[in-house]
Ligand binder design. Structure first.
Ligand SMILES: [Zn+2]
Length: 280
């Protein structure tokens, strides 16, 4: 028996495609949504954390088109400084505008602005520190960024033997994997339910660098979601995917994964894995 999870797609307003070189961002978001940690509601504890990560993702995306190198740290830092200066300028303007009219309402307004400014400064300082790591493409750097910005996500990196991936999927839920995972050859069609689009991938580009979400395993077949088309389940042979997933050692059988820790110590599987997992 195998396991297959139902995972909601992301980037609905963008034809389910990731924006810019941010596969890691969308794969992380799918995992948080799966475990009920993020639903885009402002009341969520994680909302503000994710929002600051969103700002940084947007900056990287914009730089990709303006300067061609999304990981050029000096450019990103300059852009961050402009944002920071704008926040300071709006604060100074508020003080100058109301100089002769210091009322109770103004003091409240000013306090609110100072609070916002303090939050933005803290977010940007964190961003600048994490950005230094974004020049690197490894999973441990992505983990650092996610842990820095989204501590409530409790992201953890781990190393598994590829023979045991089904067992880990069953207990931990969908898993983030990365490597040469952009599809090269594939065939699309409708699944047996007549509604879900599936895509059988027969070749991956070993030279690429991409993150995907592993959502199922059955015998020699694995299932995953690519953030470039997150409304589609892709299937691929174990051999093809694992050949391209980043390994701890070249030719070794251990692969690196990332996931949010959801279950409590006393449980085998969290409620989301139980509710959203189908035996196949
Ligand atoms: Zn869960």
């Amino acid at each position: 028996m195998g396991i297959l999870y139902k995972v909601d797609p992301v980037a609905k307003n963008h034809d389910f495609k990731q924006k810019g070189p941010t596969c890691w961002y969308y794969v992380a978001k799918m995992m948080l949504k799966f475990h009920g940690l993020y639903d885009g509601e402002k009341k969520d504890e994680i909302y503000d954390e994710w929002k600051s990560l969103h700002v940084i993702r947007k900056i990287i995306f914009e730089l990709k088109f303006r300067e061609g190198d999304p990981y050029k740290l000096a450019s990103i830092m300059a852009k961050l400084k402009i944002k920071l200066d704008k926040v300071d300028a709006s604060l100074k303007k508020a003080i100058n505008d109301k100089e002769s009219d210091v009322t109770g309402a103004f003091v409240d307004e000013l306090n609110e602005k100072i609070k916002q400014c303090g939050q933005k400064n803290a977010d940007l300082t964190k961003a600048a520190a994490a950005l230094d790591q974004l020049k690197e493409k490894g999973l441990s750097h992505r983990k650092l960024v996610l842990q820095t910005f989204v501590p409530s996500g409790k992201f953890k990196a781990n190393v598994f033997s590829d023979n045991n991936v089904e067992k880990h999927l069953r207990t931990l839920g969908p898993l983030y994997v990365s490597g040469g995972l952009i599809r090269k050859e594939s065939q699309e069609g409708l699944a047996a339910d007549g509604a879900t689009m599936v895509c059988a991938v027969t070749e991956l580009n070993a030279e690429s660098h991409h993150a995907v979400l592993l959502i199922g395993a059955s015998g020699d077949v694995l299932f995953y979601i690519d953030p470039n088309k997150s409304d589609q389940v892709r299937q691929v042979s174990r051999e093809i995917l694992f050949k391209n997933v980043k390994r701890v050692k070249r030719n070794g059988n251990r692969i690196e994964t990332l996931y949010p820790v959801c279950k409590t110590e006393s449980e085998d599987r969290c409620m989301h894995c139980k509710e959203r997992g189908a035996e196949i």
